[in-house]
Write a protein that binds this ligand. Structure first.
Ligand code: ADP
Ligand code: MG
Length: 389
């Protein structure tokens, strides 16, 4: 974190001069279980990983926002005209700075509070576009900064919705509330369990170390295309099924109802959501009951992957091969994490088998001519917060 703060401080001085009023950090996340369930009113089990975006920020006298990011080396400036409520798409800020403009826009729109101008310098070590939610880390760090700089009293639940609204309506990426909640509300040593309908969040113990387990993230370096058609198409499938069944959300569907769906494809889509909710609930129950040996999570992760591959069809060969290689390398379980169509795989493995497993994954990737994967340790970490600096 010190390094990130230093980079943000230096970037701030270079881009705007002077020192910022403060520093805010927000992490990326993995999702242990509960994929493509958030927008279906279902259950998810994500936690923050120790990779953060740091926003060094201060108030500006004028209602303009200036943002610099170390990732691009660019400074983007926009004024109130581009964060108006009824904004034609053509006038919106685009590119990476749209996440920042989106937060300003959504904050105004959802709280009715005037948000003053700001200068913001961003540094980050969250892998971008790897399915680890660098976008939520970016939005959340900026949102916390703006709320603190302007003394806006916004609850955590509301912050999540504001960041989601920014991504959905301004940037145009149709995400659920999973990423933003994980980035904001995670605590070290725990996993979150969330009911996405009520937005009720529970912290459950996740004592990986007690039985010498580790959660390893494999960035397959297959760019995922979240905002693209595939993700939207799956959401569309789910919406159609909801209409057919006359339910509020797929969360309410009971098993027998599957039969009344008109075609096999729709049955499979719905079956994934139902089975994924069951797995996530089952895991939450066992963690809540105090189970300390987390190997059972591996089996559920694997079942989740199979369901995502066959019923929901959001995996790609790189993801399936990586899961296979992880199992061969000794993992207790592995699955894609994030929206799919590329991105990352998480693997639950004994610490003393980790290196052998990673070697096996790298070897198989190279055999198939894939890019060399990158590995990260997913230690359950602290959610977004202001830094003492
Ligand atoms: P993910 O959230 O899985 O990393 P997304 O496609 O949702 O992938 O978000 C990635 C996008 O977020 C990038 O293309 C970029 O526009 C923006 N982004 C994330 N982190 C940064 C950063 N530190 N600086 C600038 N833009 C960023
Ligand atoms: Mg994202």
């Amino acid at each position: 974190m010190d390094e990130l703060v230093k980079q943000a401080r230096t970037g701030f001085a270079r881009a705007f001069g002077g020192v910022p009023d403060g520093y805010w950090a927000a992490p990326g996340r993995i999702n242990v279980l509960g994929e493509h369930t958030d927008y279906n009113g279902g259950f998810v089990m994500p936690y923050a990983i120790p990779f953060y975006t740091v926003a060094a920020a201060s108030r500006s006298q004028s209602p303009t926002w200036q943002v610099w990011s170390q990732a691009t080396g660019e400074t983007v400036t926009f004024g109130t005209g581009r964060v108006r409520e009824q904004l034609p798409r053509s006038q919106a800020v685009d590119g990476w700075a749209s996440y920042v403009a989106g937060v300003v826009w959504a904050l105004k729109h959802m709280t009715g509070e005037p948000v003053g101008g700001a200068r913001i310098a961003l540094s980050s070590n969250v892998p971008v576009g790897a399915g680890l939610s660098s976008s939520a880390a970016l939005s959340m760090s900026v949102l916390l900064a703006l709320c603190d700089l302007y003394d806006l009293d916004v609850s955590d639940e509301r912050k999540v919705l504001i960041a989601q609204f920014a991504e959905n309506e301004y940037v145009g990426a149709p995400t659920g509330i999973l990423d933003q909640t994980a980035s904001l509300q995670s605590r070290p040593g725990s996993t979150l369990f969330m009911d996405c309908r009520s937005q009720v969040v529970e912290q459950l113990p996740f004592p990986l170390e007690e039985t010498g387990l580790e959660m390893v993230v494999v960035d397959t370096r297959t760019p995922h295309r979240h905002s693209d058609g595939d993700y939207a198409e799956r959401r569309g499938d789910c919406e159609l099924a909801v209409e057919h069944l006359g339910v509020d959300s797929l969360r309410d569907v009971v098993r027998g109802q599957l039969l009344s769906l008109p075609d096999l494809l729709m049955k499979r889509r719905v079956r994934h959501v139902l089975s994924e909710n069951r797995r996530t609930l089952a895991a939450a129950e066992r963690l809540r009951a105090g189970e300390r040996d987390l190997r059972f999570i591996g089996e559920l992760m694997l079942e989740s992957h199979v369901s995502l591959a066959t019923d929901f069809e959001v995996t790609v060969p790189q993801l399936d091969h990586t899961v296979n290689a992880a199992l061969r390398g000794g993992a207790w379980g592995a699955r894609m994490t994030g929206g799919g169509f590329g991105g990352s795989v998480i693997c639950l493995v004994n610490g003393d088998r980790r290196d052998a497993m990673c070697e096996e994954i790298t070897r198989q990737a190279s055999q198939r001519g894939y890019d060399e994967p990158k590995f990260y340790l997913a230690i359950p970490s602290e959610g977004a917060h202001r830094l003492e600096a």
